[in-house]
Structure formats: structure tokens, C-alpha cells
Design a protein around this ligand. Structure first.
Ligand code: FAD
Ligand code: FO1
Length: 451
């Protein structure tokens, strides 16, 4: 398949095909699952899915594990209906998966692409120890990351033409998964999902959200609601936090409960103004794939060293600048700054698990302004983003923060204290763009609901 590439040159063995599901936690529109089934059909062997559940994952709390596991339970049930057993392997991914592959005498392993360092470490651990083919499928990007570009791109303006040239070959409607005709000998152990969550025992201080339901079906409903009610006004409304003009798809895309190709396919075919569709697809395809490009080709994607040279230079020059305000992680986390808008954005994230996209830029940039160094700002922004956001621990997050603090995929702007030539955003600028007081009041209203 066109989204696949072999990670080792080993001939297939006779046994069943295993799909190591990780980033793409869905049945529908999942090219990695479709590739695994194609191999199994060609060889007339059974097919199974394995998920390796890590007890800790980049600071994920109860909020994210609850969302993920409830979605995974639906995906597991749907796989079983397709004659494809789902195996939940708890513990260190490398060792648990290797033991499983040996136990079932797997003929080949299919894995889904993920540019994050931790995920690549898991994959390399397995690659070093197996004697079966390992095939990687990019089922997250519409144009596979390694085909869109073979290097780190400077920005959307350099990646966009490469993606648009290949899009016609990749943007079609994914085929359905077949009911697998070669049954698995025996059955997978039944999974007690509440016991599984208890086994992970994630930090309960960040509770699940109630305004968003996890899983493939809820994701599809959210997409249809957005196409019906939000798409047409997306270009105008998406940057106004008072208008709820965004799609709310990022948690589903992050956990792979919804495929970006499905979103693009249905948006493209929707009855909405071309400008609105174009604005949305630019974000969904170009900006999102730019994030994977950055994390895949830049090993320092989550540190100051990963910023472009001009940005590191200008930030270094302004290290000695006096800071008008200085806040600790605790003061940021408790939304105790002098800025009511910043505090409201922080509260929205803490209470709803999703901050409005326009405010995420302002929120991160103010952390740069109110900390002693860019390194400390980076640490605090990533920590808070990944602790409270449902869509955190994602290439989009590392890039979103690096764009805000370190000019990644951006250009130099007029020089000023602390920021140097990094693009600046101000409260007065926000006031010109939307009714700040209305947003602050709305977030306060959230507070009353929660308590
Ligand atoms: P919509 O506006 O409806 O966009 C639809 C989809 O397009 C999004 O789900 C996303 O996949 C993609 N998209 C939109 N804007 C961007 C963007 N700027 N960069 C990359 N892809 C984009 N996004 C995350 O998924 N996880 C994060 O942890 C995250 N952290 C961020 C931190 C900062 C400081 C900034 C500035 C941005 C961050 N973003 C992150 C990017 C963006 O803000 C979110 O993707 C978006 O707000 C998600 O809400 P939505 O799905 O309703 O967006
Ligand atoms: N992927 C896994 O394969 N196993 C896990 O236990 C796991 C936990 C997890 C928790 C929070 C979270 O946001 C993501 C998590 N993921 C896990 C990874 C996720 O599926 C994505 O692959 C990456 O986070 C996005 O690149």
C-alpha cells in the first residue's frame, strides 16, 4: 500500500499477521489495519491487533487515560465483530510485545507511524529483537510524512506545495475493513476496562471532562455536526474564542479515534463556501503535517536547541532584559497572574481540557514574557499543555509551543524586550480581535458549573 514502508528486509514467516495499534486507535479509515488485513488475506492467515498499555505516558493524567481507554474499548469491540481479536498488553511495550509475537508465532508485524521520540524508542526496541518483517504505515497524515518531504521544512510555505502536489494520489475515501475470513485459533482474554484504568492509576487530580464523549462514533458525530453547523463560518469565526468556531476534533485526531483523511474527504465534499473549506483544510492538512515533519526530522523538537538559529540568537541577546512580571509554575497552574485574560484561558484549559486555538498562542507567549528564561518557559508551557489538554502529548503541541516561544515555522518580527524578534501578542491586540470580557465571563460561568 502507498502509505507503507518496510523497516527491515526480512521474509514473511508463515504465522498470523499482527497490527501493533498505537497512534491510530480506530477501526474505520485506518490504513495500518487495512495493510495488515491485506497481508493476512494474501497469505490466508488470521489477523490480530495488539495494544501495549504503558503505565506512564508523557505526564498523561486520569483525564487522558479515561478518554483513551473508553475509546479503545469501543474499538476493541468493533474489531471482534470483524473476526479480529484485540490483545491488551500491559507493561513495558518492548518486552510485552516481543513476548506476544513469540507466543503467537507471528508471521509479520504492522505498526503505525509516530514521530515522537518515546514511540520511536519503543519501535527500535522491538525492531532490534524480531526476525519477522516490520512494516510501518503512516495512517495519521494524508500524505505520508516521509513522502511529503525528506527533510525539516522551514514553514508551511515550503511544505505546502510538496503536499499539494501529492494530495491527488492520497486524498480519496478509505475502503471499509472486511470481516476477516481466517478466524483466530482461540480467543483473546476478556478485558476488564475499569480494572485496566485502576492498573494504570493515573493522576486523579485532573478529572475527565463531560462535554466530549470519546470513541469513533462520537468522533464521527462531532465531524458531522461541525460540517453542518461550523464549517461555513470557519474562516471568519475560528479565531474568536466567543464564537466556538473551531471543530473540536483535535482530541479525536490525537488519539486516532478519527482519521484526518476521513475529515478531509468529507469536508472537501461538503456544501460550504470554498474559502471556508480551504481555510480548514490548510490547518488540518498543511499545518498538522508540518508538525509531524518537525518532530520527525528535528530530534530537539521539545527543547530550545530545536528553535531556528535566528530565534536562538535573538532570545540569547535578550536574556538579560528585566522581566516586568515573574511567575512560578504553581502561579501559572493556579491562574494567579495579573492578566485576567491569561487566567481565563488557563482556567478554560483546566476545566474543559481544551483551550481555544487563538488563545493558545497568547497563553504560551505570555509564559515566555513572565519567566526568567526561554528554557523555563518551554518547560512550563509543555508541562501545562500536556497535563490538562485532551489533545496534548502530540506533535502539534510541541510545534505549537515552539512556534509561540521560539519562532519555529515563523519569521522575525520587530525587536522588543525579552522577545527579541519573536512575534509578540498583547492584551490590547486581543481586545481588538474579540470581546475579551465576554470570554472571561464565559469561563467564570464554567467554574460555577464545575464546583
Ligand atoms: P480546528 O481549528 O477545528 O482545526 C482542525 C484541526 O486542524 C485540528 O484538530 C488540528 O489537527 C489541525 N490544526 C488546527 N490548527 C493547527 C495548528 N496551529 N497546528 C497544527 N494543527 C492544527 N494541537 C494539538 O492537537 N495538540 C496540542 O497539544 C496543541 N498544543 C498547542 C499549543 C500551542 C501553544 C499552540 C499555539 C497550538 C497548539 N495546538 C495543538 C494547535 C491548535 O491550537 C489545535 O490543534 C487546535 O486548537 C485544536 O482544536 P480544533 O480541533 O477544534 O481546531
Ligand atoms: N500509545 C500507546 O501505544 N500506549 C499507551 O499506553 C499510550 C498512552 C497514552 C496516554 C496519553 C496520550 O495522550 C497518548 C497515549 N498514547 C499511547 C500515544 C498516542 O496513542 C499517540 O501515539 C501519541 O501520543 C501521539 O503521537
Amino acid at each position: 500500500m502507498k502509505n507503507s514502508r518496510s523497516l527491515n528486509n526480512v521474509t514473511f514467516k508463515a504465522g498470523p499477521i499482527i497490527y501493533w495499534l498505537s497512534r491510530e486507535q480506530r477501526v474505520r479509515d485506518n490504513w495500518a489495519l487495512l495493510q495488515a488485513q491485506e497481508y493476512a488475506l494474501d497469505r490466508q492467515v488470521p489477523l490480530a491487533v495488539a495494544f501495549t498499555l504503558a503505565p506512564h505516558f508523557l505526564g498523561a493524567t486520569l483525564r487522558q487515560y479515561d478518554f483513551m481507554l473508553r475509546g479503545l474499548a469501543q474499538t476493541a469491540a468493533s474489531l471482534v465483530q470483524h473476526n479480529i481479536p484485540f490483545f491488551l498488553l500491559k507493561g513495558d511495550p518492548g518486552t510485552t510485545l516481543l513476548a506476544f509475537l513469540a507466543e503467537v508465532e507471528a508471521g509479520a508485524l504492522v505498526t503505525d507511524f509516530d514521530p515522537l521520540r518515546l514511540k520511536r524508542q519503543w519501535k527500535n526496541q522491538v525492531l532490534a529483537r524480531v526476525q519477522i518483517p516490520v512494516v510501518e504505515v503512516d495512517a495519521h497524515n494524508i500524505v505520508p510524512c516521509w513522502l511529503a518531504s525528506g527533510k525539516q521544512e522551514f514553514g508551511a510555505y515550503t511544505l505546502r506545495p510538496k503536499i499539494h502536489r501529492l494530495l491527488p494520489d492520497f486524498l480519496d475515501e478509505p475502503p471499509p475493513l472486511e470481516k476477516h475470513p481466517f478466524p483466530w485459533p482461540g480467543t483473546a482474554p476478556a478485558i476488564d476496562w475499569s480494572q485496566t484504568l485502576a492498573w494504570v492509576a493515573p493522576d486523579p487530580r485532573v478529572p475527565p471532562v463531560s462535554w466530549l464523549q470519546p470513541g469513533e462514533d462520537a468522533a464521527r458525530k462531532m465531524l458531522q455536526a461541525f460540517i453542518r453547523d461550523g464549517l461555513s463560518r470557519y474562516a471568519d469565526d475560528r479565531n474568536d474564542p466567543n464564537l466556538q468556531g473551531q471543530s473540536n476534533l483535535s482530541p479525536y485526531l490525537h488519539f486516532g479515534q478519527l482519521g484526518a483523511q476521513r475529515v478531509a474527504w468529507e469536508v472537501q465534499g461538503a456544501n460550504a463556501p470554498a474559502a471556508a473549506k480551504q481555510a480548514f483544510l490548510e490547518e488540518l492538512i498543511v499545518r498538522r503535517e508540518l508538525s509531524d515533519n518537525f518532530c520527525y526530522y528535528n530530534p530537539d523538537y521539545d527543547s530550545f536547541a530545536g528553535f531556528p538559529e535566528w530565534a536562538r540568537k535573538t532570545l540569547d541577546q535578550h536574556r538579560p532584559d528585566p522581566r516586568e512580571y515573574l511567575y512560578s509554575l504553581a502561579e501559572f497552574e493556579k491562574a494567579r497572574t495579573h492578566d485576567a485574560l491569561w487566567n481565563a484561558a488557563q482556567q478554560e484549559m483546566v476545566r474543559r481540557g481544551k483551550m481555544h486555538g487563538y488563545l493558545r498562542m497568547y497563553w504560551a507567549k505570555k509564559i515566555l514574557e513572565w519567566t526568567a528564561s526561554p528554557e523555563e518557559a518551554l518547560k512550563i508551557a509543555l508541562y501545562l499543555n500536556d497535563r490538562y489538554e485532551l489533545d496534548g502529548r502530540d506533535p502539534n503541541g510541541y510545534v505549537g509551543v515552539a512556534w509561540s516561544l521560539g519562532g519555529v515555522h515563523d519569521r522575525a518580527w520587530g525587536e522588543r524586550p525579552v522577545f527579541g524578534k519573536i512575534r509578540y501578542m498583547s492584551l490590547s491586540g486581543c481586545k481588538r480581535k474579540f470581546k475579551v470580557d465576554q470570554y472571561i465571563a464565559w469561563v467564570e460561568g464554567l467554574g460555577q458549573q464545575e464546583s
